[in-house]
Design a protein around this ligand. Structure first.
Ligand code: SAH
Ligand code: SF4
Length: 392
């Protein structure tokens, strides 16, 4: 059985041709799956009966089993998906006025092992397949459409950020077809500006993404100098800051936005001093010389979301504000990320769905963290009707 969530439209066309069908059938099939959320081939009324029979016999549209679902006070929803063999990954939906953002995982665990990241602390288990990446969006989009009573064509998810568990650019081969499905007008139809890949700095893959599928790019910098970044983001030893910023500048030549987002996690007493803000400003603004050319960017300061075992603390709000002021006064647009869903550990860097004890931990965890079904009335919109359970 082949899972059709695995294919972008081009690959689905190839597969259909192998089945003796004309390529345009693939577009019809793709639309059923990704625009209507249909998984029952017999309901795909514009496909010939013979093709539907073939599909029933050889293919399926397989979402991921939901191990648990939690709804935060602020309407954020976190799904824990079981990806088998004791691994689980998390997906977070963040409702905001006028938009809905889905934060998607790319790997079970992560090999980069950043000091401040719960996913990194879990170690690396495996890459997600394209089907597993797309299944997170497929599940969330159609589940939310049902709950919100949206009409056909109305979308629940308007933005995707590859900021869940894992380093997307260390799973490049599976990432790109998933991005294509997100962008496809016959799929989710998201604009390139509304799909963001966040990376800790896999330089060669930033260059490839620029050529293959340029979407919005966020670079997780976290330090203004190599000595500190080596400690916080071990990948820096392989691809130091100067190389990383050079690849970001090359990316801009094809990027859908005219800036790169720089993410900077604010760690108390580690990377948050006024001197470090000054050094970051100098690095990003540059001085126009070939040695220090700067980068067209916006900075997003992320207050550290603590987790047990990190041994790190969140910078006090006043220090974050002072850091932001240095950058802003230097002419760099700087925002401070609002923490969302922290009461359900759904905030940046708190995702740790990977399960260390591989003996039924997913089930135990689901029992230990009961689904919350009663957000405050003002937040009901996205909370209503939430029920635990697996997909049928
Ligand atoms: N691996 C990619 C994408 C996933 S992490 C990357 O590192 O960019 C998404 C963002 O969350 C990154 O900017 C990451 O640095 C940040 N992050 C990780 N742990 C965090 C924590 N504990 N608190 C706040 N932000 C964190
Ligand atoms: Fe991996 Fe990103 Fe976490 Fe670093 S911050 S360990 S790259 S998921």
């Amino acid at each position: 059985m082949v899972n059709l969530l695995q294919f972008d439209r081009g690959a689905l066309g190839d597969w259909c041709e192998q089945q003796g069908e004309q390529a345009f059938r693939a577009t019809q099939l793709f639309r059923w799956i990704h625009q209507r959320g249909e998984r029952d081939f017999t309901a795909m009324s514009n496909l010939a009966k013979s093709f539907r029979d073939k599909l029933v016999a050889s293919a399926h549209v397989a979402g991921l089993p939901v191990a648990s679902e939690q709804v935060a006070e602020d309407g954020t929803i976190k799904w824990l998906f079981d990806v088998g063999a004791g691994d689980a990954v998390e997906t977070v939906f963040i409702p905001e006025t006028g938009r809905g953002t889905l934060c998607i995982s790319s790997q079970a665990g992560c090999a980069v092992n950043c000091r401040f990241c719960a996913t990194g602390h879990q170690g690396f288990s495996r890459n997600l397949t394209t089907a597993e990446i797309v299944a997170q969006l497929w599940h969330a989009e159609f589940e939310l459409r049902r709950r919100l009573g949206l009409r056909e064509g109305e979308r629940a998810i308007t933005n995707v950020v590859m900021m869940g568990m894992g380093e997307p650019l260390q799973n490049y081969a599976n990432l790109v077809p998933a991005l294509r499905t997100m962008l496809d007008d016959h799929g989710y139809g998201l604009s390139r500006r509304r799909v963001t890949v966040s990376t800790s700095g896999v330089v060669p893959m930033i260059d490839r993404l620029r050529d293959d599928c340029p979407v919005a790019l966020a670079v997780s910098l976290h330090a203004p100098d190599d000595a500190l970044r080596d400690e916080l983001v071990p990948l820096n030893r392989k691809y130091p800051i100067a190389e990383l910023l050079a690849s970001a500048r090359r990316y801009l030549e094809r990027a859908p936005r005219d800036f790169i987002t720089i993410e900077y996690c604010m760690l108390d007493g580690v990377n948050d001093s006024p001197a470090q803000a000054g050094a970051l400003l100098a690095l990003l603004r540059g001085d126009g010389s070939a040695a220090t050319p700067g980068l067209a960017c916006k900075v997003n300061l992320i207050p550290f979301n603590p987790f047990a075992a990190s041994g790190l603390k969140r910078s006090p709000a006043a220090r974050v504000a002072a850091f932001a002021a240095v950058l802003q006064e230097g002419g760099i647009v700087t925002t401070i990320r609002k923490t969302r869903g922290d009461d359900i550990a759904a905030a940046c860097g708190q995702l740790a769905g990977e399960v260390q004890d591989r003996t039924r931990v997913v089930e135990r965890r689901a029992r230990a963290l009961p689904v919350r079904v009663a957000p405050p009335a003002s937040r009901r919109r996205f909370g209503e009707g939430v029920a635990p359970g697996r997909r049928p």
